[in-house]
Design a protein around this ligand. Structure first.
Ligand code: 2RA
Length: 331
């Protein structure tokens, strides 16, 4: 299969290449694509060197699949151009997620919605993916009324400039600031930009994308997204009110039986998910599962995942694997 990776030199693009190689995705031709300034550079894939090309050239090569992680503006302009030449696009930006004509897919939840008509497919936001992986089996069994979630998001979600700022601060060195405040020894209640309702775009993604993926506008979500000086992954404290009551052990069983979830939940031996251990893995880790005694039919849990893998690269590649397996992509 001829595969373009658009944004190949970026943080997520590099993880896409790593995961494609790890999963032996069947690639006959690889087209690493990046902005003008990177054209001609070499990148390594499967112990071979590949020249970075530009978007015009990539479209002219008519790849079968294009995995995008190059920002919303590039996706809005270029995903349709790839689609016009028959390329299936899986896009990591927010550009197409809430477009009613585009599917927003977490393979373990709703890949079956995909058809041969879908040429541009949206990858949900990283914090949405890990939360929905845990919510889906519980929603199907107990019907969710409302979710209150606080996220503790890795600095890698902001990009390489922010990671560098953290390293500089940690090493007490000067450098370019991705944030107007120190990241080291801090917690910044500001992921993405603020909207008119006082929530940030990151927080509204959790609300809007949840409704679309579950196909249920009645599910209410209130989110607070915090940036913290952590690299390995995003963590989420989730409080869920259900229509039906539950037994905690039944909840643990439902979660542990859901593909892609690992339950780490034994406080008697201090077992619970942490980003330092989730980093580099593709599962979503769930723990601190406990009834909220302050309100009936309400549960608390703690959800951790590597935001660059299951939160972005791996989810996108799993969508491609589903399409390949179901004849929606050529072998
Ligand atoms: C963040 N989810 O963590 C966003 C970007 N992917 O900032």
């Amino acid at each position: 299969m001829r595969v373009a990776v658009v944004g190949a030199t970026g943080m997520v693009g590099q993880v896409i290449l790593k995961v494609l190689a790890e999963r032996n995705f069947p690639i006959s031709e690889l087209y690493p694509v990046a902005s003008e300034k990177s054209i001609g550079n070499n990148i390594q894939f499967n112990n071979k060197s590949f020249k970075v090309i530009g978007l015009e050239e990539a479209v002219s090569l008519k790849p079968d699949l294009a995995l995008f992680s190059a920002g919303g503006d590039t996706s809005l302009e270029w995903a349709p151009k790839f689609a016009e030449v028959g390329t299936k696009v899986v896009d990591n930006s927010s550009a197409w997620r809430m477009d009613p004509s585009k599917k927003l897919v977490i393979p373990e939840i709703n890949a079956s919605e995909l058809t041969s008509e879908d040429l541009i497919i949206a990858n949900p936001n990283c914090s949405t993916i890990q939360m929905l992986m845990a919510l889906k089996p519980l929603h199907d069994t107990y019907k969710i009324k409302r979710v209150v979630v606080s996220t503790y998001q890795s600095i890698t979600g902001t990009g390489v400039k922010a990671v560098q700022q953290l390293e500089n601060e940690y090493n007490n060195e000067q450098g370019e600031m991705a944030y107007p405040y120190p990241i080291h020894k801090n917690a910044i209640p500001h992921c993405d930009v603020f909207t008119d309702n006082g929530y940030t775009k990151e927080e509204m993604k959790l609300s809007n994308e949840t409704k679309k993926i579950l196909g249920d506008d009645s599910v209410q979500v209130s989110a607070t997204a915090i940036r913290i000086p952590v690299v390995g992954g995003h963590s989420e404290s989730v409080n869920i009110e259900f229509e039906k009551d539950f037994e905690e052990n039944d909840v643990r069983k439902l979660l542990s039986e859901f593909p892609g979830i690992t339950v780490q939940d034994n406080t008697s031996v201090n077992t619970y998910p942490m980003p330092i251990y989730a980093e580099g893995k593709d599962d979503v880790f769930v723990g601190r599962i406990r009834r909220d005694y302050s309100q009936p039919k309400t549960l608390n849990m703690w959800i951790v995942a590597d935001n660059l893998r299951k939160g972005a690269a791996t989810n996108a590649i799993q969508i491609a694997e589903y399409m390949l397996k179901n004849g929606l992509l050529p072998a």
